[in-house]
Design a binder for this molecule. Sequence first.
Ligand SMILES: *Cc1c(COP(=O)(O)O)cnc(C)c1O
Length: 437
Amino acid sequence: MIYNDTQQEIANKIETTSQANNWKDWRWQLRNTIKNLEQFERLTGIQFNAAERTDLKKTFEKFPLSITPYYLSLIDKTDYKNNPVFKQAFGGIEELSVLNTDMSDPLSEDKDSPVEGITHRYPDRVLFHVSNICAMYCRHCTRKRKVGDKDHIPSTSQLKKGIEYIAQNKQVRDVLLSGGDPFMLPDDKIDWLLSELKRIPHIEVIRIGTRMPVVLPYRITDNLVKTLKKYQPLWINTHFNHPNEITTSAMEALTKLADGGFPLGNQSVLLAGVNDCPKIMRTLLHQLVQNRVRPYYLYQCDLSEGLSHFRTPIGKGIEIMESLIGHTSGFARPTYVIDAPGGGGKIPVMPNYIISWSTNKVILRNYEGVITTYKEPDNYEQKTCNQACDNCNLELSLNKKDESEAIGIEKLLSDSSSVISLIPENNERVQRRSNSK
Ligand SMILES: *Cc1c(COP(=O)(O)O)cnc(C)c1O
């Protein structure tokens, strides 16, 4: 059950006695991941010169290599240097150039971590790192310095600490399992973890972020789907970056998951030389929706160390969004986000559509450049909201705890708070005021 000659050739080189054809066995794929330069050269036939070999070895000492035979088989050997799969999987010396604006933890995931494995950044949801390893180490990984350095899967007692934190924090209604790749855990461990989370009454949804459909689609087995099905509502997000990744095997994995009843999303990273082109991006998005995957986020590449060669200006992302909004189905278009350096969370950015404004008219432009006027209501009755939901006629019955106070910009917009400005700590102008008192 091999799809093409390249795959047959790689399989034969891995196992000369290839009578037992294990290509579609995910454990076989994991046992045979390509972890060093020699294996890569032998399996692909690509040869590097002495200088290149020295550079590559240095690179892999700092950022480990791991490529599944399946993902390796997607590399076009005749033009590998320009190949989007090669660029995501293999890397090079440019990863060792660290700019002084690069950071080892740009999103401050560690600072926002109350217990090991949990990042609690937003009020109602947490990120739970349940595995430190992946089938393939993406060269553009934002957790590049961490993933793979302790090549292990957290112990049950470590995971229990995270579960305990979630159980004690009633405002958490959404748990996002990430890693590493959660599907590196064996099925019974996933079963146990999900059952523990499911038991917590305030958890409304669980999400899993995995790159398995892209780098090791055979991991999506019937048994995995059967296990996951017990824990609906379960949302699954994957990470396709280029149309070349949507293969027959990947489509089969996506079909299994979609048929299993899981809403599927995709998070791409905007990568120079891989997908920084409106046409590539549009092709990818169209193929995703054909496979019942809803594009969720397009990420601006983070400021992690070793990623500078992948970064594009933000203008490239805006240009891509401009080419999508209005030009293609609304559900085929992701939200373009910049994950705030320092840990502010995701900030959506897009082209401007509001051109001007008066007290009763808004001037907008559409994707074609047509400028239009929206006449606002003359008699909209602005009710003051004092957050007393019991007296409101919108018939929303809330628990007391749901009437939580607004924060941030939401607070500035609300009628129930007297706060009129948000001032950064250590603002010099404000400090002068208190000094002169
Ligand atoms: C991305 C992220 C989430 C989930 O954010 P959504 O916008 O709800 O998808 C949660 N926690 C952390 C730390 C994140 O980085």
